[in-house]
Design a protein around this ligand. Structure first.
Ligand code: ADP
Ligand code: MG
Length: 250
């Protein structure tokens, strides 16, 4: 289903437990095509778990979750939908998770060839175009281990984009980077946002959030405490918890 007016993500009363730990509590969330949503909150509040549920990396115990028209069921009972979602949702992690034994180029062409059945020529052409776009076409033949952290993260971004995702998830994509490399990764993400990609971004980069987010969601102990446009959430937070969190990080 690619209806452009339908939400890409619909989450209703989603609950997630790790054993006795109730990590996500009755989360309701709708994300529409082209929307850029930034998720903020203290360490351990459930941000990673939330976005990992969206691409089926974590199962949940109750609630409804639909991603791009595919229903994910509680307790991971949705193999078919999972396969679809994994190919339609791109994810960039804090640790770049590139394959160290493959060249930069092969890191990017692997999934399109294996999963989408593209031939090598087409896959490489697309990969080079994406590397160009994130500014590292000259690194294509190298091993990821020869690249800086900022370059590796841009490869990870290009790799995700090669699958032509309908939705991109980012989990603290700049948290493992040296400060001087954060900007180049944020620039690439900013470009992507401008082009209309639907994005869910967990980040501590509040300046970036203010600039690119259509909506900022503040999570506290597994609950959405408050959400709104960045100007509203950052400048006029309504909830006392949001205020004290922002006072600590801004
Ligand atoms: P955040 O990304 O906001 O820092 P997480 O979603 O990683 O938070 O974690 C939320 C809570 O769930 C934390 O208390 C964390 O310790 C716990 N948790 C995360 N992953 C697991 C796991 N695989 N097993 C058990 N507990 C987990
Ligand atoms: Mg996290």
């Amino acid at each position: 289903m690619n209806d452009s007016t339908q939400p890409i993500v619909t989450m209703q009363k989603l609950n997630k437990h790790f054993g006795s730990l109730h990590v996500l509590k009755d989360i309701n969330l709708e994300i529409v095509p082209g929307e850029v949503v930034v998720v903020i909150g203290a360490s351990g509040s459930g941000k990673s778990t939330l976005i990992r549920c969206i691409n089926g990396l974590e199962e949940f115990q109750s609630g409804n979750l639909t991603v791009d028209g595919h229903d994910l069921m509680p307790f991971g009972k949705s193999t078919k939908a999972l396969q679809k979602i994994r190919t339609e949702v791109g994810m960039v992690f804090q640790q770049f998770n590139l394959f160290p034994h493959l060249s930069v180029l092969d890191n990017i062409t692997l999934a399109p060839m294996k999963v989408r059945g593209w031939n090598r020529e087409d896959a490489e052409e697309t990969a080079m175009r994406l590397l160009e776009r994130v500014g590292i076409a000259d690194q294509a033949k190298k091993s990821p281990t020869q690249l800086s952290g900022g370059q590796q993260q841009r490869v990870a971004l290009a790799r995700a984009l090669a699958m032509e995702p309908r939705l991109m998830l980012f989990d603290e994509p700049t948290s493992a980077l040296d400060p001087e490399m954060i900007g180049e990764v944020l620039d690439a993400m900013r470009e992507l946002a401008k082009e209309g990609m639907t994005m869910v971004i967990v980040t501590h980069e509040m300046g970036f959030a203010r600039e690119v987010a259509d909506r900022v969601i503040y999570i506290h102990q597994g609950e959405i405490t408050e959400q709104g446009p960045p100007q509203q959430l950052f400048d006029k937070p309504q909830h006392e918890r949001t205020q004290s969190f922002l006072a600590r990080v801004l």
